[in-house]
Design a protein around this ligand. Structure first.
Ligand code: ADP
Length: 500
């Protein structure tokens, strides 16, 4: 078949002219040469020449008479069209027979020109429009085949169907998604699944639907159907896309399940927290308020009987219990607020340490402890009362876990470092105590984990758990460097306050 590229590249128009009459051939060629100066015409007068031309495909257009001594124009037309369906064939004949013309058109004839003096001039125009038509046809065919290739490569199913459920066309992905291998297998589309009607009375519409498709092999698949309905045969035409959304569905189902589980866990944790805070506020704060009230009463009612030291002690009791009450109050508020509600502020660590030392003053004196602070300590972003609580726990431990007869020596210092793209302050609390063996470094931060009996070292086992929780709520970390008999160096990482 003469290809499109031959067509475009060659300026020559190659025709075969099949006519027994030399005069008619001459007239036809005269007309054609005027219109197409580069015409290459092969004149064919017998069957052998026609077969030869067919075999070598050396023509772009066929012009044939109807009456031939070796056959007729219809036979020529059919032979040409069978081999080269898009090669234009024009019949150029004496007989203006309507029936013959109709039959020829049915067989694919491109034009029909009668041999009358007035009609000769139409021949060139007929060739030109037949060529233009063929060219346009080929372009459409190429586009269609490119489109089909593209559609077949897509992982999205594309289909067109009538509202009555008849599949008009579709791509491979559509068949695969539905679980078929050929469109012939689809008798009737599963419309109850694929089609959810647009709102009543809407003659045209667009809709999207997530559908769980049941496939012939028993499997099911989540798809997203996007479809438009337009007027047409059989109640309307649906153009639709279907897309496999099973992965997305699975992910969102998993996510929903996890969210549900987490919500249940969170609710349980919140209830526990509520019970805890309730008991803390009742069981702890009430006796604390009594203590504070009684110490205050001592100061007010027996000023003369109290020695200066007793006076000082009573004042200390009042101050310490006030501080403790405030701390408990803050801890309750803090634990109720949770992480997101805590607004960190710029906190001066020296102020935190002073508050802790004031609170521990009596205890420090009792055990003869010496606390050295490498001032000035930097500022951090945090929650003041939580930091007081954390440092209080670390310092209490530092002076508590010492060997008998050893005076506690504590050093508090800080250094800055970068971690995960942010600046952090690492605050150290170092002691000369009994130390901790490395295998217990993680364990001791868990609730109620204690390494000693309460006769040797009294305590509840909650202190370090509060440290870790409080630090994590600051986005930081806590840890320890220690060995048995070597003292311990506890550290906490807190967000640094940027200078800018
Ligand atoms: P508590 O102090 O009430 O026992 P913590 O949670 O504060 O509870 O500490 C848990 C355990 O970690 C302690 O029982 C102790 O065995 C160990 N520990 C904590 N701090 C120190 C320290 N500075 N030196 C040695 N051991 C410590």
């Amino acid at each position: 078949m003469p290809s499109q590229s031959t067509f475009m590249a060659s300026p020559n128009l190659r025709i075969i002219l099949i006519d027994d009459n030399p005069g008619d051939r001459l007239l036809a060629l005269r007309e054609l040469t005027q219109e197409f100066p580069n015409l290459q015409a092969e004149q064919i007068t017998d069957q052998a020449a026609f077969e030869g031309a067919l075999a070598t495909q050396r023509f772009d257009v066929v012009i044939t008479d109807y009456q031939l001594h070796w056959g007729d124009g219809l036979q020529v037309l059919r032979r040409v069209k069978r081999r080269f369906p898009d090669c234009p064939v024009i019949m150029f004949t004496n007989s203006s027979n309507g029936e013959l013309a109709a039959q020829a058109m049915k067989d694919g004839l491109d034009d029909y020109v009668t041999k009358s003096p007035r009609q000769y001039i139409r021949l060139a125009g007929a060739v030109r429009s037949a060529l233009a038509f063929t060219r346009a046809n080929r372009r459409v065919e190429r586009l269609q085949s490119r489109l089909q290739t593209l559609l077949n490569r897509l992982h999205v199913g594309v289909f067109r169907a009538s509202m009555g459920g008849r599949l008009i066309e579709c791509n491979i992905a559509f068949l695969q998604l539905l679980g078929f291998t050929s469109s012939g297998q689809i008798q009737q589309l599963p419309f109850e699944q694929l089609y959810c009607p647009p709102p009543d009375g809407a003659p045209e519409g667009y809709w999207e639907n997530e559908i769980l498709l049941q496939r012939p092999d028993g499997s099911a698949l989540w798809v997203l159907l996007s479809a438009t309905l337009s007027a047409g045969e059989d109640g309307g035409i649906i153009d639709g896309l279907i897309e496999d959304i099973s992965a997305r569905k699975q992910n969102s189902e998993q996510l929903e399940r996890r969210v549900r589980e987490r919500t249940v866990q969170l609710e349980a944790a919140n209830q526990e927290l509520e019970a805890f805070t309730y008991s803390v506020s009742h069981d702890l704060r009430e006796p604390l308020r009594n203590m504070q009230g009684l110490a205050q009463a001592l100061l007010e009612d027996f000023p003369a009987q109290l020695s200066p030291t007793a006076h000082q002690y009573a004042q200390l009791i009042v101050r310490s219990s006030q501080q403790m009450d405030a701390l408990i109050q803050d801890l309750l508020t803090y634990s109720r607020l949770g992480r997101a509600d805590t607004h960190p502020q710029s906190v001066n660590l020296n102020t935190v340490i002073s508050a802790v030392l004031t609170q521990l003053q009596t205890k420090l004196q009792e055990v003869g402890a010496e606390v050295r602070v490498d001032s000035p300590l930097p500022e951090v972003r945090g929650h003041f009362n939580t930091l007081v609580q954390i440092l209080l726990n670390l310092l209490t431990n530092a002076i508590k876990f010492v060997a008998p007869g050893v005076a506690p020596r504590v050093r508090i210092r800080a250094n800055a470092h970068d971690w995960e793209g942010s600046r952090w302050v690492r605050l150290w609390v170092e002691d000369n105590g009994i130390g901790i063996s490395p295998q217990n470094h993680q364990r001791i931060f868990r609730v109620f984990e204690r390494l000693h009996g309460s006769e040797t070292y009294p305590g509840t086992g909650i202190g370090l758990a509060i440290v870790r929780k409080g630090i994590e709520q600051h986005g930081g970390r806590a840890g320890v460097e220690a060995d048995l008999g070597q003292g311990s160096r506890f550290w906490i990482d807190l967000p640094a306050v940027s200078d800018g």
